[in-house]
Design a protein around this ligand. Structure first.
Ligand SMILES: C[S@@+](CC[C@H](N)C(=O)[O-])C[C@H]1O[C@@H](n2cnc3c(N)ncnc32)[C@H](O)[C@@H]1O
Length: 298
């Protein structure tokens, strides 16, 4: 054996040791599913607050001939949508309601704290049950991402609609969203590739875990998967009733809303997928999975 052989052998074993140490470090390192904040993932995958506020702002002005100023966001979670509202114009104010003090604290620390100091004064996060909340009269009231589907009885949903009707100014407008189509009746899973503002890539997975055709009650869950192979299972879960549009129209009218309109998402010409543009419709074509906005005028 030559000196060169011995030196090369030592270098090789050093490299191997280093590789093994790195492999061990990677194996012991906390997984992304353990270290990533589920609210950051939710905001980066589920929400598009800019488009949502564009829709609310434009429709309110079109229908009422004036700009909305005071918005109430029910089931606000991290109040991301309300923050977008107060960022839009110095005359905008928001009242954001959620029953969960933990999610509100997260919203204060991350979303409200990131606003300009002047804008922070125009938003109030309040821990209250939307069912019993009393707030000053508002121009626009939002209950988005199907959150109001947690009311599974007609009487409860009607009472909620009555209470939001009372919470609106005389020319106030309620904005809701809804989804449906035959896929909404299936137990299924669908995933989408997403990325956080900081560049973390992950998969968003929407699962309809259970659906009962007799009651229309459903259990849904959001899971997240990461490139390191880890998975955040049931990051969010929902127990809902899948309401149909005619049921919602009837309940809104029974609650006193004068006019109820539906805005259907247009499809991209090439892919056939929703393109984020919504137009008012009186009828729509049967579709495996549709999404729409509901605009109810006081
Ligand atoms: C689907 S998440 C929030 C969705 C959010 N609005 C969005 O646009 O992405 C539902 C939220 O409703 C809240 N919530 C559930 N029941 C409530 C109630 N009775 N009153 C107020 N908030 C409630 C939960 O704490 C949760 O933060």
């Amino acid at each position: 054996m030559t000196t060169t052989d011995t030196t090369a052998g030592a270098a090789l074993s050093k490299r191997r040791q280093k590789k093994n140490a790195e492999r061990e470090e990677r194996a012991n390192a906390p997984k992304l599913a353990e270290t990533t904040d589920r609210h950051v993932l939710y905001q980066s995958s589920v929400q598009d607050v800019e488009s949502e506020i564009d829709f609310v702002d434009e429709q309110f002005e079109k229908i009422r001939g004036r700009k909305a100023k005071l918005l109430r966001e029910d089931f606000c979670g991290t109040a991301n949508t309300s923050c977008e509202w107060v960022r839009r114009r110095p005359t905008n104010r928001a009242i954001s309601l959620d029953i969960d003090t933990t999610v509100l604290a997260w919203g204060e620390a991350h979303n409200v704290a990131a606003l300009e100091p002047e804008a922070r004064k125009r938003i109030s996060l309040i821990a209250q049950d939307v069912f019993t909340a009393r707030t000053e009269p508002v121009d626009a009231l939002l209950a988005m991402n199907f959150s109001y589907w947690l009311f599974t009885k007609r009487e409860d949903l009607r009472s909620y609609f009555q209470s939001v009707h009372r919470a609106l100014k005389d020319d106030g407008i309620l904005f809701l969203d809804a989804y449906g189509g035959w896929e909404a009746h299936q137990t299924c899973e669908e995933s989408r590739e997403c990325e956080t503002d900081d560049g973390l890539e992950f998969d968003y997975i929407w699962e309809q875990v259970e659906f009962d055709p007799v009651t229309s009650h459903m259990k849904c869950a959001i899971h997240f998967e990461f490139l390191d192979g880890s998975r955040m299972d049931e990051a969010f879960t929902y127990q809902w009733r899948l309401w149909s549009l005619p049921e919602l129209r009837e309940l809104l009218e029974e609650a006193g809303f004068r006019k109820v309109r539906f805005f259907w998402e247009d499809a991209d010409d090439d892919t056939g997928e929703g393109n984020g543009e919504f137009n008012e419709v009186s009828h729509a074509e049967s579709d495996p999975g549709w999404i729409c906005y509901i605009v109810a005028e006081k």
